[in-house]
Design a protein around this ligand. Structure first.
Ligand code: UDP
Length: 475
């Protein structure tokens, strides 16, 4: 361990979209003279390989066994293996690590002076209080959705039961239908007195009571919500440091995504090499979502009618889901579109695909990571928000910024194929009006992480304040 450097405990939540950006942040913290311990359970250790090889002296691991949970199959340690509905049991299972962490802390010769943990691990604030160090929340999603969720928790009785919620004191006063509010809040409202949901809610509130919050976002995208969080919600310290992927592990090591078997990755990129500039639409709905038979058929037909080139990443479901038609590509579709469309049934190198010169459009569910990756790649996003905080992200992109187009909505929504085909054909034209804004926001994303940019300054400030923490006593 490097002597004299402040030591920070980093605790990621084990889901792809949460873990990778926090590892990217950890990379930056380590580059800035902090010593880090990352807490993981055994099956998540391999996700750290690249980072650990970049920082053999500054970063070590604390590997604790994944605590069993009655609603998780034995051996599951990552949301990837169970889908989004696994988040709540995973959050609850991990909270049982508290005593192990305290024991480790007390036996450590140079214990951490702060804990940075994912916003799904809000219970770590209680842990931090017990060992008298500050806890900082890491938000892998944006400040708008964080503000909105916090507003809902703070005004639970007013919001509960409303068919449409108006957020009047928010910038641009958005309103959302009840079914478009963040899933975690809806589950809480519907869940009665379930103690596991209560714990999730308490954790979310603890995020705001924490010493500060770090956001994988940037001023020019989300800045008004950074202010809102500080001034109205009362989060004491807010650091916008994104897009972290631009300054993350893969940027430094140019690594190949460990989830990709290089065969499928190179097949896609090779196929794209044969396409002309900006001619291809990339279709992918994140790491979890499996589409129903109706959705698959409507989407396939829309792609066919668009007459546009495409790469469609299809997530296949469990055997049971496949039997019910989930994630099943309609018979004969691949043959019909041969040469024009590529259907991929494996994990795809999304970032590389989005940045390929042939790709200029992205049909996406608008998970926050996909959103940022689309922005950074400068592609026009065709949005189909489905769940979680995706409706909030889409409101920001489509209505507030005018840089994306909504094509469908809802986890069970089925697009009108003819309409979808038409919108794809129109928006894939390189003079679609939204593309000017796409370029502007992309340029701002790059500027934010460069020397003197808002995210670079935010990161510097965070690190400076972490260095000053040595004499912390629950400020
Ligand atoms: N991803 C990928 N290949 C795939 C599917 C997803 O690389 O085949 C990555 C994608 O680049 C993004 C993450 O998985 O970084 C998905 O995160 P996001 O927040 O967009 O959605 P979620 O999976 O959390 O719904």
């Amino acid at each position: 361990m490097s002597k004299g450097q402040p030591h920070i405990l980093v605790f990621p939540f084990p889901a792809q979209g949460h873990l990778l950006p926090l590892l990217d942040l950890t990379h930056q913290l380590s580059l800035r003279n902090l010593t880090i311990t990352i807490l993981v359970t055994p099956k998540n250790l391999s996700s750290l390989n690249q980072l650990l090889s970049l920082h053999p002296n500054n970063i070590q691991t604390l590997i604790l066994p994944f605590p069993p949970h009655p609603n998780l199959p034995p051996g599951v340690e990552n949301a990837r293996d169970v889908g989004n509905h696994g988040h709540i049991p995973i959050i609850n299972a991990l909270s049982n690590l508290q005593e192990h962490i305290i024991q480790w802390f007390h036996s450590h010769p140079n214990p951490p002076i702060a804990i940075v943990s994912d916003f799904f691990l809000g219970w770590t604030l209680r842990l931090a209080h017990r060992i008298n160090i500050p806890r900082i929340s890491f938000f892998s999603s944006g400040a708008f959705s964080c503000s909105l969720l916090q507003y809902c928790w703070n005004n639970l009785n007013d919001v509960r039961g409303l068919p449409v919620v108006c957020f009047e004191d928010f910038p641009n006063s958005p309103s959302f239908k009840e079914q478009h509010l963040p899933t975690i809040f809806r589950r809480y409202v519907m869940g009665g007195n379930d103690p596991e949901l209560q714990m999730v809610k308490d954790g979310m509130i603890a995020n705001i009571e924490s010493w500060g919050g770090i956001f994988n976002s940037f001023d020019e995208l989300d800045g008004q919500y950074f202010d809102y969080l500080r001034t109205t919600i009362g989060l004491r310290r807010v650091y916008g440091v994104g897009p972290l992927s631009l300054i993350g592990v893969s940027e430094s090591s140019k690594r190949v995504d460990p989830n990709i078997d290089s065969g499928s990755g190179s097949e896609i990129l090779g196929w794209l090499d044969g396409c002309s500039d900006g001619s291809v639409l990339y279709v992918c709905f994140g790491s979890q979502k499996v589409l129903s038979r109706k959705q698959m058929e409507a989407l396939a037909s829309g792609l066919e009618q668009s007459k546009t080139k495409f790469v469609w990443v299809v997530k296949t479901g469990t055997d049971q889901e496949v039997e019910n038609g989930y994630g099943v590509v309609p018979d004969g579709f691949e043959e019909k579109v041969a040469g024009r469309g590529l259907v991929v049934k494996k994990w795809a190198p999304q970032v590389q695909i989005l940045n390929h010169r042939a790709v200029s459009g992205f049909l996406s569910h608008c998970g926050w990571n996909s959103t940022l990756e689309g922005i950074v790649a400068g592609v026009l996003i065709l949005a189909w928000p489905m769940e979680a905080e995706q409706f909030v992200n889409v409101r920001l992109l489509v209505e507030d910024l005018g840089m994306a187009v909504k094509v469908c909505e809802g986890g069970d929504g089925v697009p009108d194929s003819a309409e979808l085909g038409k919108v794809i054909a129109e928006t894939m034209s390189l003079d679609a009006p939204q593309r000017l804004k796409v370029k502007e926001v992309r340029d701002k994303a790059f500027a934010a992480v460069n020397e003197g940019g808002s995210s670079c300054t935010g990161l510097d400030q965070l690190v400076r304040e972490l260095h000053q923490l040595k004499n912390y006593n629950k400020q």
